[in-house]
Design a protein around this ligand. Structure first.
Ligand code: HPA
Ligand code: ZN
Length: 337
């Protein structure tokens, strides 16, 4: 029997919760700063990595938005995305649904088309070379106004063929889904699917609101659903996918220790739980490290790993035929081990 590390990396999986700006490694921060003549506050790559100690979501977001300032032109977004795809490929990712935050860039004068163009060119050329399919999800920053989100949606309309869904990220507490109900309604009317971060730091009521008002197809994180048993029953009954990110949750102190994570309990309860990396450059591991962390800390079986991978395919926006083909490959692989 092969090692668990090999098994986890070999199993075909979809990554459904990945902020492309969160794949910006310190080395690339320094390379791009040099390219653009930007002086960083940190003397070295090591010093920057040392600063990645967070007490909560906001303390991370402050560092994450500062890091993103080095992304200035189309080729920067291409390089960022291509580097991520190589890391993902090494971890057995066969399909990725990438979040991007246009407002982080357009607010400082980077054109929307440069952001989208660079990401898209890498997803198309590097993705094709590596055999990774993709979808793009435009996220609105929830700490900004609904008007700002609506303007961003309007900027995206000419590129609607390249963008599958819209989502909601950034500071959760105090910015409930209701704030964006009309933006999401417009997005759905324009043909976009919807997802939202909910129940990471915010209360379970935000998860229900995201489902009822924003009509989301998936909940990003969703770990606080457990505080509401009726909500857990609903999520199980409707197989609403939760895109969980275990290493992120520990780094941002949503759980004190990985051993405390509720992923296994919710998986056993029949929820469509998936494992993802969120912002891997900041949280200490790409997707395989997230699978391995919960495998080791929560005592999962190889069958659980196969279930998590199957859930990721089921929860993706791939067409049914592609899902069936990947599910069959996962079954064949798990039967052999
Ligand atoms: N939560 C909210 N916003 C984010 C995150 C997250 O985990 N990562 C990047 N933006
Ligand atoms: Zn996230």
């Amino acid at each position: 029997m092969n090692s668990i590390e090999d098994y986890v990396r070999a199993i075909p999986k979809a990554e459904l919760h990945l902020h492309i700006e969160g794949t910006l490694e310190p080395e690339m921060v320094f390379d791009l700063a040099r390219k653009h003549g930007i002086t960083l506050r940190y003397p070295s790559v090591e010093a920057l990595r040392e600063a990645y100690r967070f007490s909560d979501l906001q303390s991370f977001l402050d560092v994450y938005y500062a890091g993103a300032q080095v992304l200035r032109d189309e080729s920067d977004f291409h390089a960022l995305t291509a580097a991520y795809l190589h890391r993902a490929h090494a971890d057995g990712v066969v399909h990725v649904e990438v979040f991007f935050d246009p407002q982080t860039h357009t607010a400082r004068g980077v054109p929307f088309h440069a952001v989208l163009g660079g990401i898209r060119r890498a997803l198309t050329d590097t993705g094709r070379a590596l055999g990774i399919t993709h979808r793009l999800i435009l996220c609105f920053l929830r700490h900004l106004s609904a008007d700002d989100a609506m303007q961003t949606l309007e900027q995206a309309l000419p590129h609607a063929d390249a963008i599958t869904a819209v989502g909601l990220d950034s500071s959760e507490a105090g910015h409930p889904p209701t704030k964006f109900a009309s933006v999401f309604e417009r997005a759905r009317n324009e043909g976009f699917l919807t997802v939202a971060h909910a129940g990471e730091e915010g209360p379970p009521g935000y998860i229900s609101e995201a489902l009822d008002l924003l009509q989301v197809k998936r909940i990003d994180h969703g770990v606080r659903c457990e505080e509401d048993p009726d909500l857990v029953s609903r999520l199980a009954r409707d197989r609403v996918p939760l895109t969980m990110c275990p290493l992120s949750n520990v780094k941002l102190r949503v759980f004190d220790r990985i051993q405390d994570h509720n992923l296994k309990r919710l998986l056993e309860r029949g929820l469509c739980v998936t494992v993802n990396s969120d912002d891997p450059a900041y949280f200490g591991g790409y997707i395989a490290e997230n699978y391995l962390a919960v495998y080791r800390a929560l005592g999962l079986s190889r069958g659980d790993i196969a279930q998590l991978a199957s859930n990721s395919i089921e929860a993706s926006f791939l067409p049914a035929a592609a899902k069936d083909a990947w599910l069959e490959k996962i079954r064949a692989l798990s039967d052999r081990t």
